[in-house]
Design a protein around this ligand. Structure first.
Ligand SMILES: [Cu+2]
Length: 396
């Protein structure tokens, strides 16, 4: 009886707790009944610019040319659909997302073929040794313990074997570390990602200074009438952004990150990419996307109360589509513009006067952290598009 009451008491507590949790959850969930919503045509896919469902964010972004092709969505980005299991998290999934960069594929292999087997083998060995000691040398079986205090052979072994295991792991690991910070080759597409509390701005300095501002898309119940909200075509809740970063596949990308306020981190799991965005400095890395698709990520450096609400959505498209997008955004492809942007300068790659000139021009274009982006990042953006206290905002 007592036990029964105690259990039901605990059960009541548990039910109350879960009700509290689901209560919070349903507030967020009710805002976006997945699939139940008569999905308005994905705004990013078909509607012309200026449609009532356009978020104010689009207005805050620099004025862009109208779409020039039916392949391009209202924001000039090629329409790309989400592929199940690629570039997005999957419920109940264990392990890493499928990787679409060379470093990511290598790292994935290393995780699955090197690290996991080594960890498993070491754990099993230590467990077996412990079990053996516990059983074989228990007091009943071993009433008079040995007084041995040294054994050279076993001491050499337990020093050397871990060293060998570490060296075996270090060889591919150091190679991967080096590959992750390899400078981009000439001809790479430069993407500059700038962290802000709490949204991302992007610049394409080699493509006529295209600029984007990307805010998280709010749920249906969180927007003002007529304001754009997230649909399933935009991406999962908390990961869909109003503006996607468009990048070409098969072309090296030079990623430069910086920040306007605190440290953020630009991270896309499917790219094996996580690069801190630090105010006052530029971090750089490079990667090449193998497959067209839609890839989602988030800020991965705790940057304040709305840290969880600054998603990253990358749309990787064939180079020709990328060029069309650049033109639709009012930019131009390198080579079709001033000669200074035709060659992407590499420090020390070419000391000729022309290259130096190009380097200087590019330096001026990418500039230090507090460059034009800082000034043009509209102060109103956050006010216009930051989500009001709502789902997931309770901690603020
Ligand atoms: Cu952040």
């Amino acid at each position: 009886m007592t036990i029964g009451m105690r259990i039901s008491g605990l059960k009541g507590l548990a039910i109350a707790a879960s009700l509290a949790c689901t209560g919070l959850g349903t507030i967020a969930g009710a805002a976006a009944p997945q699939g139940a919503v008569a999905a308005p045509a994905p705004q990013a896919a078909a509607e012309p610019a200026g449609v009532s469902n356009t978020a104010p964010t689009s207005a805050a972004a620099p004025a862009t040319a109208a779409p020039t092709s039916p392949l391009l969505a209202q924001n000039g980005a090629p329409a790309t659909t989400i592929q199940p299991g690629i570039g997005i998290p999957v419920d109940g999934e264990m392990g890493l997302q499928p990787q679409v960069t060379k470093n990511g594929q290598f790292a994935h292999w290393m995780h699955n073929a090197v690290l996991l087997p080594v960890i498993t083998a070491i754990c099993l060995l230590v467990l077996a040794l412990l079990g053996w000691v516990v059983v074989r040398y228990r007091r009943a079986a071993n009433p008079i313990p040995s007084k041995t205090s040294h054994n050279t052979t076993i001491e050499v072994l337990w020093t050397l074997l871990p060293v060998l295991a570490l060296v075996a792991i270090a060889v591919p690991s150091i190679g991967l570390l080096q590959a992750q910070f390899k400078p981009a080759p000439a001809g790479a597409v430069t993407l500059k990602a700038i962290g802000n509390q709490w949204y991302w701005t992007y610049q394409y300095p080699d493509h006529g200074g295209i600029e984007l501002t990307a805010n998280m898309l709010k749920e249906r119940g969180e927007v003002a009438p007529g304001e754009r909200f997230r649909t399933d075509a935009d991406g999962p809740r908390l990961l869909a952004a109003d503006n996607r970063v468009v990048l070409p596949v098969g072309v090296p990308i030079r990623l430069i990150t910086t920040s306007n306020d605190v440290i953020h981190s630009w991270a896309i799991p499917a790219f094996w990419m996580k690069l801190d965005a630090v105010p006052g400095r530029l971090n750089e890395t490079s990667f090449t996307i193998d497959k067209p698709g839609l890839y989602f990520g988030q800020c991965s450096e705790l940057c304040g109360p709305r840290h969880a609400y600054m998603p990253i959505a990358v749309q990787a498209v064939p180079p020709a589509q990328f060029a069309a997008w650049v033109r639709a955004k009012g930019g131009q492809m390198p080579g079709s513009a001033a000669p200074s942007s035709a060659v992407i300068p590499q420090p020390g790659a070419d000391a000729s006067a022309g290259a130096q000139e190009a380097a200087n021009a590019a330096d001026a274009a990418t500039g230090p952290a507090d460059n034009a982006a800082t000034e043009t990042a509209p102060a109103t953006t956050q006010g216009a598009t930051g989500n009001p206290a709502g789902a997931g905002n309770a901690g603020q």
